[in-house]
Design a protein around this ligand. Structure first.
Ligand SMILES: [Zn+2]
Length: 160
């Protein structure tokens, strides 16, 4: 498919549920190094992570093994589930924040994200209803990936 660059994060624990969702995020950081400082080198009690980060040039980094529980969803609910970290794969899109608003996305990273999501959905039998934005599962608390993420087109292409 495409190369996945391993960039291990220590921020994970054991899943308590089967994988049935994908959660899409945007980093709101200026550089990939800044993103890694949050997702790999963050200190307690604010340790966070994600399974994948997609850089603006389309490079895909894997931080946490899919079989492990990454820490990306926080307090969230979807389809009656509340431990979203246990049942989801978390994907972060590298994206700047400008005046507290999320920036845009490149066609290279969107294309890589479509291929990655399509492949994950096929492997776990994930349905279109269960590919969600962080803002869908934590409304009021989270805004990412933001209004500039072309959500309808993205979902259409993941499932075409
Ligand atoms: Zn998020």
């Amino acid at each position: 498919m495409f190369e996945i660059i391993q960039k291990p994060s220590p921020n994970f624990d054991e899943r308590k549920d089967d994988i049935c969702m994908i959660v899409i995020h945007a980093t709101a950081t200026n550089t990939l190094d800044e993103t890694f400082s949050y997702l790999i080198h963050s200190a307690a009690p604010n340790r966070v992570s994600a399974h994948y980060v997609i850089d603006r040039d389309g490079a895909v980094y894997q931080l946490v093994d899919e079989q492990k529980r990454a820490w990306h969803a926080g307090v969230s609910t979807w389809g009656g589930k509340t431990d979203i970290n246990s049942c989801s794969v978390g994907i972060e899109f590298q994206c700047p924040a400008i005046d507290d608003e999320l920036g845009d996305f490149t066609s290279e990273q969107l294309q890589a994200g479509i291929l990655l999501c399509r492949e994950i959905c096929t492997r776990y039998g994930i349905t279109v209803y269960n590919v969600v934005r962080h803002s869908d599962i934590a409304p009021g608390r989270k805004k990412d990936p933001g209004a500039l993420f072309p959500w309808d087109e993205f979902i259409k292409r993941v499932f075409e």
